[in-house]
Design a protein around this ligand. Structure first.
Ligand SMILES: [Zn+2]
Length: 189
């Protein structure tokens, strides 16, 4: 943060305000404390019979890789409404939003993913401006090596396992920062 969004001053310091216990951006000119909190990503796992709908990303990050339709929750929006909106924007698909299915905390990037199971209303879908391609996949067709995000891989893996059991309990988990690949483990032997 370079300028105070309240008064425009550049005199901003990261410090622990009185009565608080963690550093915040505090404006020295007007005293405003600029709190920052995690962003919520909402999305759908749209189903049609035994297939699921995936989108191939037309934007960075992870251009060209596959994902479930998802994006940042907007202000004044419920999480289910946001999930349906993202599905419409990215896949031009109308869904009946069902149960909340995965909630994944990503503390290292300050995000929380909330993914719903959803039923496609019809087969009238196609790529929105942020997608190159949208299509339905059976389990054995899912491009596991070309999925864009670990949250999406985890949601899909849970889904196909739970589907065999015929029940979809809420899956609550946390993803930590991926440890760096140690170069001495590459090409060893
Ligand atoms: Zn200020």
């Amino acid at each position: 943060m370079r300028y105070c969004s309240h008064c425009g001053s550049a005199d901003i310091a990261l410090r622990v305000p009185e009565g608080d216990n963690r550093p915040r951006y505090v404006c020295a000119a007007c005293g405003t404390i600029h709190y920052q909190n995690p962003k919520v990503v909402v999305g759908c796992l749209p189903e049609w019979d035994d297939r699921v709908l995936l989108c191939r990303r037309a934007i960075e990050p992870r251009h060209g890789l596959w994902t479930l339709p998802a994006g940042f929750l907007e202000n004044a929006e419920s999480i289910a409404t946001g999930a349906a909106r993202e599905t419409l924007e990215e896949a031009s698909a109308r869904v009946h939003v069902g149960e909340l299915y995965t909630v994944i905390s990503l503390p290292y990037i300050n995000q929380v993913y909330m993914m719903f199971r959803a039923r496609l209303a019809d087969l009238d879908f196609g790529p929105g401006p942020e997608s190159l391609e949208v299509r339905l996949f059976r389990e054995e067709e899912v491009p596991w090596e070309d999925l864009a995000f670990r949250t999406i891989t985890r949601t899909l893996r849970n889904y196909f396992l739970d589907r065999r059991q015929g029940a979809f309990p809420l899956r609550l988990s946390t993803l930590e920062r991926r440890p760096p690949v140690k170069s001495d483990l590459l090409g060893a032997g």
